[in-house]
Design a protein around this ligand. Structure first.
Ligand code: EPZ
Length: 419
């Protein structure tokens, strides 16, 4: 198993380009199932999660080919509408095939994803939304067994009990081919939902309101293959901006969308960093020791849960105590114990972490527990004096494209080793 070794305490300066967004690419690639033929999805990052979805589509009978930055997917007239446990287990986003399979073929068998390191993560809202459109769903032997009597879903009004990103995406995809109008309320407003709606529109879907709480879909009888370029990864970009905001650093991220990163930029500024717009992105520079800042995660446009762990690294070096509240997932403080091994002073009580800033961190071997926790450990290792070894980097590889190759030109002393 690979590990990443960092000699920390070296200033980071320079420019790094944002990759395509994992969490936009996954639903857009799943949306290909909505139409037969040859699809092209561009700006797709080369990541373990994208490869897992490719394997899942291949398992169903699609041909998937990776080009330089694009994924070509050929969807046949009939597929095996099944997502087996082994593929869903390694990537929860596999559940995104459920809506398209039901809409296109009227049946699906998708493994229940189960819990994961950041919490229980149920999919009840996906299932309720699909039931509202007429699907009959049974849970059997760990699988969602779903079918549509009569073969075609029907438009309906449905209110999500809770804002869910992939839930909104799943039901919106299903509604695109349903008979009649669907109105979805309390939808997630993340930019990735908007990007999926844009991709579906290119396929001929009629969707309004993506990016707001109410999405209206007028179902069409069929869709055409898609050719779509996914948006830049705001969480990868945000991770580099936190790196830039660390004391002594100065990092510009090109190709990111500033309006997707406002909540983070505001907190970085409150912590004393300079965050400025550049011609094609954002630049963050750390000016001395960060100031303490309270952070509470929330659905978009709030502060992203996917940036909470990285922000905590910056706050762990602040000149006072910050309160970090996680409202989206119940168990997303797994990085705290590892950050303590690097000398951070953090205590957790339920969903609240108190981060008492320390003057410096010191390198140590640490273990990654999930994707964003790994990114936080990497940032902490870059800021710490001495050597940090981050183990279990397969978590990192699920969501960050060649991160060591992107950080090295900024001056980071970072390398990957076979453990
Ligand atoms: C998406 O996960 C992202 N994944 C996550 O990215 C991200 O952390 C999360 O949204 C929140 O922004 C993808 O886009 C592939 P949710 P998702 O459904 O859709 C509860 C990363 O690091 N809920 O919006 O699975 C749920 O338990 C990751 O890239 C229900 O109760 O998240 C959570 O508390 C990890 N029932 C809250 O809603 C449901 O049916 C929000 O989850 C669905 C969700």
């Amino acid at each position: 198993m690979d590990k990443i070794v960092i000699e920390g305490g070296v200033p980071l300066r320079g420019t790094v380009a944002a990759s395509g967004a994992k969490n936009a690419a996954l639903p857009v690639v799943a949306a290909a199932l909505l139409a037969d033929g040859d699809h092209v999805v561009r700006n797709v990052p080369d990541l373990a999660d994208v490869r897992t979805l490719g394997r899942l589509l291949a398992h169903m009978g699609c041909a998937v080919e990776r080009g330089a930055d694009a994924l070509a997917v050929r969807v046949p007239g009939d597929v095996k509408p099944e997502a087996p446990y082994d593929l869903v287990r390694t990537m929860r986003a596999s559940v995104l095939v459920l809506g398209p399979l039901l809409a296109r073929w009227g049946r699906a068998r998708v493994s229940l994803p189960g819990g994961c390191a950041i919490g229980a993560r149920p999919i009840d809202q996906h299932l309720k939304g699909l039931e509202a459109l007429g699907a009959e769903i049974r849970l059997e032997h760990g699988y969602v067994e779903a079918r549509v009597p009569g073969g075609r879903l029907s438009g309906a009004t449905f209110t999500f009990d809770k804002e869910t990103v992939t839930g909104t995406e799943n039901v919106m995809m299903a509604a695109a081919l349903a008979d009649g109008r669907t109105v979805l309320e309390n939808c997630a407003r993340e930019p990735e939902v908007g990007d999926l709606a844009a991709a579906l529109a290119r396929m001929g879907a009629r969707i309004e309101g993506a990016g707001t709480h109410e999405i209206r879909v007028d179902g069409v009888a069929s869709l055409r293959p898609l050719d779509h370029r996914v948006i830049p990864d705001r969480i990868e970009a945000g991770t580099f901006l936190v790196a830039g905001a660390l004391p002594g650093n100065d990092v510009a991220v090109t190709g990111c969308v500033p309006s997707h990163l406002e909540a983070l930029a505001e907190k970085l500024r409150a912590a004393g960093a300079s965050v400025t717009r550049t011609a094609d992105g954002l630049r963050a520079a750390g000016r001395g020791r960060p100031r303490p800042v309270d952070v509470k995660t929330a659905p978009f446009p709030g502060f992203p849960t996917d940036m909470q762990a990285q922000m905590m690294v910056l706050l762990s070096l602040a000149s006072g105590t910050s309160k970090v509240t996680e409202t989206v997932f119940e168990n997303r403080f797994m990085h705290v114990l590892e950050l303590q091994r690097l000398g951070a002073d953090i205590s957790v009580d339920g969903r609240v972490a108190l981060v008492r800033g320390v003057a410096g961190l010191s390198g140590a071997p640490v273990m990654a527990s999930d994707l964003r926790a790994s990114a936080a450990l990497l940032l902490a290792g870059l800021a710490a004096s001495g050597t940090t070894e981050v183990r279990r980097v397969y978590h990192l590889d699920r969501g960050y494209e060649h991160i060591e190759r992107k950080l090295a030109p900024l001056g980071a002393r970072i390398r990957r080793e076979r453990a």
